[in-house]
Write a protein that binds this ligand. Structure first.
Ligand SMILES: Cc1cc2nc3c(=O)[nH]c(=O)nc-3n(C[C@H](O)[C@H](O)[C@H](O)COP(=O)(O)OP(=O)(O)OC[C@H]3O[C@@H](n4cnc5c(N)ncnc54)[C@H](O)[C@@H]3O)c2cc1C
Ligand code: SF4
Length: 492
């Protein structure tokens, strides 16, 4: 433990943000990380409480008290080793993790939690800057071949772990770049993509082969899921060519809103809108782009994806941005004695909300309304209704219907499941929600019903978080290594 009385002496310091007017002019990251001396003081707030609930609250089980102590003692190089021992990509989580660890921090019982995420961010950024992050190629090869389907955080973590123990790993990705939703969902202003590119280089030096633009199986006709594949390979071919296959294709099927007017020009899935901007930021040329400039934008869905649509619409120069949430507004402050150390339901205001957004709660969409004359077929308004929740049931409030101007509606109501056709082509059983059925037991975990086919990340657990995808990728890698070699030294 760094400083015994640190938690009584020092207050929590948040990371800084560039001013709204500056950051709205571009798509760059705008979080200003803690400096070394600030990180040291923040790390001193960790009281080494003895039972680190934070370690359990973190899905990858980061060894938080240890890296806090090392930062306090100025032992940054050891701190990154501790961090990397549980998390392949702390620069991703240090930027975009919602930090369930902090909800579980013991100091959070009656004070502000230790700023764990900002310390993690500081450690990994320093490690990259100092040149401490190096490729770790295996000492010997096993001669076993593993295919990973999907290059999101789950696929990347699985591939890196498997390559480091000597397997020949090939990652198949239908999109034109590696990264999954980190690349084409999450906007650059939350996480610049150079962080992924650096890891791809590291993984290539460790022996991982990436085959982008190659789809495994095929999507159903008319699918709106991102797909820039130029080649395809069938599940049968993959199974014949590889000793094991890890399915890490995410849960890409967006939830739709089939109300009257859904077919109007101007109603789109968030995942039709967000990837285009990320592609442009990457220097690609697009034939056309869905833009929000000068438009009344309504984002339907109150989560991360919705918030990213808000931030992107404001950067485009939308006339107005409104976000709908079906559920009532949660309390601003959670009842800590009741919920700690679990993730509390409370009002969360993202940096994108701070940039300008009208937030409406307990509201449902009845209809999308098109224009007339030359505007026929084009979205011009949205009819909404207030709702109340009684005994878990949603009831419309009579007489509360309202018509709002809307030129662009972005559907950001989450993802229902993975694309069924790909799982079906493998013959993989699905659970009741349509996810790949596989458990997480120590023995036999992540294995599907199909011989030598494993599943990890959103494709198995349903839409979730980057940190959970990293955990599942790591754990699935261990399961695959055990399957191939009879035993494994990889951590779980
Ligand atoms: C807009 C948005 C914002 C988000 N913000 C956050 C956030 O701030 N913090 C957070 O923790 N989480 C966030 N999430 C959730 C997070 O991104 C996901 O939980 C996570 O990326 C899941 O990782 P994954 O590797 O399982 O799948 P994905 O990231 O979805 O990657 C799957 C990859 O597999 C590829 N693929 C699928 N099928 C095939 C096939 N048949 N052949 C070849 N390739 C295939 C896909 O093209 C994709 O690249 C956000 C999600 C979205 C959509
Ligand atoms: S990965 Fe997320 S939960 Fe884990 S320590 Fe980092 S911020 Fe906390």
């Amino acid at each position: 433990m760094g400083k015994v009385t640190g938690f009584m002496e020092y207050e929590r310091l948040e990371e800084g943000y560039a001013p709204v007017q500056t950051r709205l002019k571009n798509y760059n990251e705008f979080v200003i990380g803690l400096k070394a001396d600030e990180s040291k003081i923040q790390a001193a707030r960790c009281m080494d409480c003895g039972t680190p609930f934070c370690n359990n609250g973190c899905p990858v089980n980061n060894i938080i008290p240890d890296f806090n102590d090392l930062v306090y003692r100025n032992e940054w190089r050891n701190a990154i080793d501790v961090l990397h021992s549980t998390n392949n990509f702390p620069e991703f989580t240090g930027r975009i993790c919602p930090a369930p660890c902090e909800a579980a921090c013991t100091l959070n019982v009656n004070d502000d939690a230790v700023g764990i995420k900002s310390i993690e961010h500081a450690i990994i950024d320093r490690a990259w800057a100092e040149g401490w992050v190096k490729a770790r190629p295996p000492k010997a090869k096993t001669g076993k071949k593993v295919a990973v389907v999907g290059s999101g955080p789950a696929g990347m973590a699985a591939a890196q772990q498997l390559a480091r123990v000597g397997h020949d790993v090939t990652v198949f990705e239908k999109n034109d770049r590696v990264g999954g939703l980190l690349r084409y969902g999450i906007p650059d202003f939350k996480m610049e993509k150079s962080h992924i590119d650096r890891r791809v280089e590291q993984m290539q030096a460790e022996g991982v082969q990436f085959r982008t633009g190659v789809i495994v199986g095929k999507l159903p006709e008319g699918s709106k899921v991102t797909n820039w594949a130029k080649e395809s390979i069938t599940p049968d071919e993959l199974q014949a060519q590889f000793d094991a296959v890890v399915l890490a294709g995410g849960a890409e099927q967006s939830r739709d809103l089939p109300v009257p007017g859904r077919e109007l020009d101007g109603v789109h899935f968030a995942m039709e809108f967000l990837p285009q901007q990320n592609k442009l930021n990457a220097g690609d040329k697009l034939k056309s782009q869905l833009r929000a400039d000068g438009k009344h934008v309504i984002v339907i869905g109150g989560g991360d994806t919705g918030s990213d649509c808000v931030g992107t619409s404001n950067r485009h120069g939308a006339k107005s941005v409104t976000q709908f949430e079906l559920l009532p507004m949660p309390p601003e402050q959670e009842n800590k004695p009741l919920v700690w150390p679990y993730w509390p339901i409370k009002l969360r205001t993202s940096s994108s909300h701070e940039e300008g957004c009208e937030r409406e709660f307990a509201i449902a969409t009845k209809e999308f309304i098109g224009g007339e004359g030359k505007d026929k077929g084009k979205l011009r308004a949205l009819k909404s209704v207030r709702v109340e929740w009684q005994g878990g049931k949603m009831i419309e409030v009579p007489g509360s219907e309202q018509t709002l101007p809307a030129d662009l509606v972005l559907l950001a109501m989450g993802f229902v499941s993975p694309v069924a056709s790909v799982l079906d082509a493998f013959g993989v059983d699905k659970d009741a929600r349509g996810n790949a059925r596989a458990g997480t037991d120590f023995i036999g975990g992540y294995a599907t019903n199909v011989a030598k086919v494993f599943a990890a990340g959103d494709v198995r657990r349903g839409q979730s978080l980057v940190v959970w995808a990293i955990r599942e990728g790591r754990q699935a890698a261990r399961a695959v290594d055990e399957f191939l070699m009879g035993s494994s030294d990889l951590p779980r």
